[in-house]
Design a protein around this ligand. Structure first.
Ligand code: SAM
Length: 320
């Protein structure tokens, strides 16, 4: 895929939305999102910083949120609330089918999704394909869950472009999880219909793809561009939502996509009850409730941005 050729306008990096940036100001880490909002985390130290061939990586220690990873100055996760994001991205699809065996994670270099997928006894193989090996190696050094997850005999790590990888594995996976950065840089291709069509082709009968799809509150301009791309490749596409406090607005969304399974067609209540015992956020009630969407999220799924008038004014103020 030529990642710039087929990008629908709203996804062109920085074209309609200022890119994000992050910086330390005294003992605060400030993440500025799209020049529209800021998240500030009180930090007690910077533990690591480097530039890989793909992005800038940094790890900070904070007073209240544990350690956190930033990629290109955007907070990827904090130890305090990473579980919400990873549990919802993984357990919703895996508990929505009888015996998931083969799981593919695109992105996810921090092994948070890998750790969660390995909790399911039926899972025989988890392939994690991240374009940047440095993310895994840095996270292995600073975050305790990474070592045990990547050394599990069922885990297979591949460092490659996810867009290329999904071209070569037809019908191999029961679940494909897209745990990517925002739709900028190398991740843009992971939000396009060509990629989603290739993912659909890697799924077994009844297979499910889930993906992080930004904030329904402050990222509706992205959701309204992403979901039509997904719908071009899957018969069933919907979203579920949850609260990830360290992400812009705290309200986050994940896509549930399949060619022959709807979200509530099947639910393994027994396995979900077992899994939730080791979860900080996910449980059977949350699994079902997460698919109840507010009206503005429904509009974003339909390809409309309910906050367009605010976003347009912001673009005119900041981008002009
Ligand atoms: N799991 C974290 C969280 O809680 O949100 C963040 C996601 S993870 C760190 C994002 C990963 O996507 C990064 O490690 C990045 O290297 C990877 N990535 C970006 N573009 C990619 C591509 N085209 N193929 C594979 N991985 C990609």
């Amino acid at each position: 895929v030529n990642p710039t050729a087929a990008i629908p306008d709203p996804l062109i990096e920085g074209k309609i939305w200022p890119t994000s940036r992050g910086f330390v100001d005294g003992d605060w880490y400030i993440e500025e999102d799209g020049s529209a909002s800021r998240l500030a985390i009180r930090v007690t130290g910077k533990l690591h910083e480097e530039r890989s061939p793909f992005q800038k990586l940094a790890v900070f220690e904070s007073s209240c949120f544990g350690r956190f990873l930033t990629l290109d100055d955007v907070v990827m996760f904090t130890e305090r609330d990473e579980a919400v994001y990873h549990e919802m991205l993984v357990h919703v699809p895996l508990c929505s089918m009888p015996e998931p065996r083969n799981v593919l994670i695109i992105g996810g270099g921090d092994a948070g999704c890998l750790r969660e997928a390995l909790k399911h006894r039926s899972v025989q193989k988890v392939v994690q394909v991240d374009i940047d090996e440095r993310v895994t190696r840095v996270c292995q050094k600073f975050f305790p869950w990474v070592g045990p997850a990547i050394n599990d005999p069922r885990a297979e790590l591949i460092f490659a472009d996810g867009v290329e990888y999904v071209s070569k594995h037809a019908g191999e996976f029961d679940v494909v999880i897209i745990d990517s950065t925002d739709p900028v840089g190398p991740a843009v291709g992971l939000f396009l219909r060509d990629f989603y069509a290739r993912v659909a082709n890697t799924l077994s009968e009844g297979g499910i793809m889930t993906a992080q799809t930004e904030s329904p509150s402050w990222g509706a301009h992205l959701m309204s561009a992403i979901y039509p791309e997904m719908r071009a490749a899957f018969a069933e596409v919907t979203a579920y939502i949850g609260c990830v406090p360290s992400y812009p607005s705290g309200s986050w969304s994940w896509a549930f996509a399949s060619n022959n399974r709807k979200p509530h067609d099947f639910f393994d209540a027994e396995r979900a009850a077992l899994i939730e015992k080791s979860c900080q956020y996910y449980n059977s009630a949350i699994h079902r409730a997460a698919f109840a969407l507010p009206n503005h999220a429904r509009q974003a799924l339909a390809g409309e941005n309910p906050f367009e008038h605010y976003d347009r004014r912001h673009r005119q103020t900041v981008c002009s």
